[in-house]
Design a protein around this ligand. Structure first.
Ligand code: COA
Length: 327
């Protein structure tokens, strides 16, 4: 007889990151673009970003972050069940970034695929991984966000090129039978609204003749929607788990802009000491931003086992969503 008090959950057992070696400060940006450290800092909270060298592709960085997450969990690559990579900047249209990561890791028994949900890619990946684990299909999933936005930035557009950076973050999720109030992913909530596609997009793709594409954004419109939609997704997560903001130990938001992060924190009534912020160091790394921030706060001991962590993201699509987990 199965024990009714125990549940099969996806439990986070390891995190890992990779950041390109090259750091570009706001002062460095001001040498090539008509901008200033003051403007960027005041509007976004960004102080620097990492830009990838040619060999630092989404697959390369994703594999490095994934390797570190496996090592942190003490899992051999051959034991891994699946790999999901959230990316908008894959090495190739196909095969997926995830299978390149698989080969680099030697994860010979895993299957892999990519998720295209822009900056929400990691949350969407977590949600799919959670369903795969809960259904009993796999015992472990490496969920990675890996992005090289420096390759799609239009450096003639100062309104966007100063906002983004490159990097990768990974988490390992493993199936565990836990008590109801034990560790694991508690819920995920996903949304998209394709009617808002034109406020944040890439104006090209491999499917279009001679048009690899650059990122285009109506920053004001994105900002206008961000706090409302993110607060909605966060409240949905709380309601679904019969929790209030007071129960949340840490908010780990998508790192797009300090003003959006502060806006959501304020609406939730969370003090800034319980919000993880890395946008100053990494800028917006799209699907990589949440796992980079989460891993940083786990590594420096801020986020501890047993704590409740709320994740939220919004990106091109628009896509947005939240995930709630207990470490
Ligand atoms: N440096 C200096 N000046 C800049 C600049 C830069 N990098 N980028 C734009 N400006 C100028 C504009 O040209 C404009 O000048 P003008 O008034 O002389 O025309 C002025 O700053 C204001 O531009 P605007 O675009 O209206 O600024 P804003 O207050 O909306 O801030 C963003 C711009 C991008 C910082 C802001 O809209 C934002 O954060 N949006 C959300 C973006 C985001 O997070 N996207 C990702 C979501 S996943």
């Amino acid at each position: 007889m199965p024990d009714k008090n125990r549940l099969r959950r996806a439990v986070l057992t390891g995190t890992g990151t990779y950041l390109p070696e090259k750091i570009v400060t706001n002062a460095d940006m001001a040498l090539q673009v008509d901008t200033s450290d003051d403007w960027i800092t005041e509007r976004t909270g960004i102080k620097q970003r990492h830009f990838a060298a040619p060999h630092e592709t989404a697959a390369f960085m994703g594999a490095e972050a994934g390797r570190r997450a496996l090592e942190a969990a003490g899992m051999a690559p051959e034991q891994l069940g699946a790999i999901i990579v959230g990316t908008s900047t894959p090495d190739q249209a196909f095969p997926s970034t995830a299978v390149h990561v698989q080969a680099a890791l030697g994860a010979t028994n895993a299957y892999g695929f990519d998720i295209a949900a822009a900056c929400s890619g990691f949350i969407f990946g977590l949600s799919v991984a959670d369903a795969m684990i809960r259904s009993g299909q796999v015992e472990s999933v490496l969920v990675i966000g890996s992005e090289v936005y420096s390759r799609i930035l239009n450096f003639a557009d100062r309104g966007t090129c100063v906002l983004f950076g490159d990097g990768a973050g990974a988490v390992l999720l493993q199936a565990r039978d836990v008590e109801k109030d034990g560790a694991g992913l508690l819920s995920t909530h996903l949304h998209s609204d394709g009617r808002l596609a034109e406020i944040l997009y890439v104006d090209g793709a491999v499917g279009q003749p001679d048009k690899p594409g650059h990122l285009v954004m109506n920053g004001r419109e994105v900002f206008r929607h961000a706090v409302t939609l993110l607060s909605g997704a966060v409240n949905e997560a709380l309601a679904a788990n019969s929790l209030t903001a007071a129960d949340i130990d840490w908010l780990v938001p998508h790192q797009a802009n300090k003003r959006i992060i502060d806006g959501v924190g304020k609406k939730l009534g969370l003090p800034p000491e319980r919000v993880v912020v890395t946008v100053d160091k990494h800028a917006n790394t799209s699907a990589a931003s949440i796992p980079l921030a989460l891993a940083a706060a786990v590594a420096d001991g801020r986020i501890k086992p047993g704590q409740i962590v709320l994740l939220e993201a919004l990106g091109g699509g628009l896509t947005w969503g939240s995930a709630l987990l207990r470490l």
